[in-house]
Design a protein around this ligand. Structure first.
Ligand SMILES: [Zn+2]
Ligand SMILES: [Zn+2]
Length: 284
């Protein structure tokens, strides 16, 4: 895949390309606040050139209805985001954060391609019926084997990658959210095959700063995983996972530093689900 072909961002200097924020939610997910226009204003105040809303995709099969829009809300979502699309910066993109779970393909494979989306971020938030990153279900961690749980998680991420339905993997090591981690050598054994498949598939990886606002206090994924991804030329993007306008672009200088430390020289921007590599700025 030639990510640089027909690159509309190629002519700009690094200075003119501060990092876009590709992970914003809206009130339609039932756990975020603020108007779409307020997210855009917040991005503009930080000089962020582009934002992408990736609210939680609807799943009409009844999967996790509390944390996502209903299928009948999707038109409203599209209208809310479309209303902010014009020539001025920050540019606004329409995306979705779609969950991978066993059986999700039945709906998603037809539905995703039938809408004019710019970006589909793939995430795993559940192992069977356990929302392992949900603070309400955190006590379950006390009764499971941590390594086995991470293994089950990465098996789901591997399946996510294999579907070919998603453009990038969101918050790749989110099981660490409350501080539960496997030994490093176990983690490497689990994550490397997933990264290999992502590289083969041309999938991107998100550097998600929301982990810094959670008990673990670390960006998703960890510096080790970002380095392993860089070795494989997996393209990266940046997301705050903002659930309020005040969180837009949060901690992006730390994420940029992490990308530089891992050896990254570029990140990707996306339009109509086509990725373009852009040089990383020196500073945010
Ligand atoms: Zn998520
Ligand atoms: Zn999110």
């Amino acid at each position: 895949m030639n990510l640089k072909k027909d690159n509309p961002y190629g002519g700009r200097s690094q200075k003119e390309n501060p990092l876009p924020d590709y992970h914003l939610h809206t009130v339609l997910c039932n756990h975020a606040e603020g108007e779409v226009s307020d997210y855009r204003k917040a991005a503009g105040a930080l000089g962020i050139p582009e934002i992408c809303f990736v609210d939680h995709a609807p799943n009409p099969d009844g999967y996790d209805p509390r944390h996502r829009m209903k299928l009948s809300d999707f038109c409203d979502y599209q209208e809310l985001v479309d209303a902010e699309m014009d020539q001025r910066e920050p540019h606004v993109l329409l995306g979705l954060e779609a969950d991978y779970y066993n059986g999700c393909e039945t709906f998603l494979e037809k539905w995703l391609v039938s809408h004019a989306l710019d970006f589909v971020l793939g995430s795993v938030h559940y192992i069977e019926d356990w929302g392992f990153d949900n603070p309400d279900d955190m006590q379950v961690w006390n009764s499971v084997d941590i390594t086995d749980t991470w293994h089950a998680y990465f098996q789901l991420v591997e399946k996510l990658v294999e579907t070919g339905l998603f453009d990038a993997v969101g918050h790749l090591d989110i099981p660490k959210k409350f501080g539960h981690r496997p030994a490093e050598e176990e983690l490497i054994k689990m994550v490397e095959p997933v990264l290999d498949k992502m590289a083969m598939a041309g999938m991107g990886m998100e550097l998600n700063t929301s982990g810094l606002r959670k008990p673990v206090g670390e960006i998703y994924p960890s510096p080790l995983i970002v380095s392993l991804a860089c070795e494989r030329d997996i393209p990266i993007c940046f997301g705050s996972d903002a659930h309020s306008p005040a969180e837009v672009g949060k901690d992006f200088p730390a994420a940029l530093q992490m990308a530089h430390n891992a050896g990254y020289k570029n990140y990707f921007r996306i339009k109509k689900r086509k990725k373009y590599l852009v040089p990383l700025p020196e500073t945010f």
